[in-house]
Design a protein around this ligand. Structure first.
Ligand code: SF4
Length: 290
């Protein structure tokens, strides 16, 4: 199997330093929507200046470079153990070159490993089989602050008047945004999973961040709900960084997962404005970054 370490290092550099254009465009639209002279406007201006500067200088978008989460679609010829070794080497090199902050600390002692290599889950690597000869690797860098304000609800929830239906999902999602109060660096994006068990629901709520921010949900009811949650979250007035304003959520994506009859989980993962994700596609000798 080929050595992809250099290509992986470039994927990490790109993801850590170059905010996707669709995310930047949403931040620009949010800026245009805020009141002139407001704290919300100033916060968004600072964010956008930072985005331009880090792209130009190839430096991390945020001091917290997040948990590296890799999603791989691997053809049969890929040796998964070897690719895992190459990913870990690339993560270590990216840390040495300051594209990533050393972020992996011992759960009990807090001792930093210094190289972003922790146990089996750090970095996190998910494998799926590709039906073709094309190897694709998506990388998501998930910040700690926004991870802290993720939430899981077990419906029905009497306090929220949330039943086991789409309105219940809406109520849970809006409660999560309200509880966060802009912490985890709003404006951001909501990844929502309906169903699964507690573990798979959280996995699905993160995986949904791989969807194109501009796409439509294939389920018309969920598509409508995605827009409704974004609109209503922005009516809460929390605003960028919690300073007040019209921009709290820039987009919502929902995914379903089969569940047991006894359970109805709604899991909300929150992605801050530093929505760092890029994809690497390897077709034969060619490498494409998106
Ligand atoms: S939540 Fe996001 S923007 Fe805020 S500090 Fe963490 S990574 Fe940075």
């Amino acid at each position: 199997m080929r050595d992809y370490t250099n290509e992986l290092l470039e994927l990490i550099r790109l993801t850590s330093t170059n905010l996707p254009k669709q995310v930047e465009d949403r931040l620009k639209a949010a800026l245009a929507n805020e009141e002139p002279g407001s704290a919300a406007q100033a916060a968004l201006e600072t964010i956008l200046k930072n985005v331009a500067m880090t792209r130009k200088n190839s430096t991390p978008i945020c001091q917290d470079s997040g948990t590296p989460i890799f999603y791989i679609h691997a053809p049969a010829f890929i040796d998964r153990d070897e690719l895992t070794r190459q990913i870990r080497t690339a993560v270590e090199l990216a840390t040495k070159q300051s594209y990533l902050r050393p972020n992996a600390v011992d759960a009990l002692t807090g001792t930093n490993t210094g190289n972003n290599l922790g146990d089996d889950f750090f970095p996190t690597i998910h494998f799926q089989t590709s039906e073709t000869d094309v190897l694709t690797i998506d990388l998501l860098l998930k910040g700690g602050g926004c991870e802290n304000v993720g939430a899981q609800y077990s419906l029905p929830d009497d306090n929220l008047k949330a039943k086991r239906d789409l309105d219940g999902v809406r109520r849970a999602a809006l409660d999560a945004v309200y509880q966060a109060q802009g912490e985890g660096c709003s404006p951001g994006f909501l990844g929502i999973a309906i169903g699964g068990d507690r573990g798979t629901s959280y996995l699905a709520s993160k995986e949904v961040f791989l969807r194109d921010p501009d796409d439509k949900n294939l389920n018309a009811d969920l598509d409508k709900l995605e827009d409704q949650i974004t609109t209503e979250a922005n009516q809460l007035g929390i605003g960028p960084m919690g300073f007040g304003g019209k921009s709290t959520v820039l987009g919502t994506k929902i995914k379903t997962a089969h569940r047991l009859p006894a359970s109805f989980f709604v899991t909300i993962s929150y992605m801050c404005w530093a929505y760092r994700r890029h994809k690497m596609i390897i077709i034969g000798a060619k490498t494409i970054y998106e």
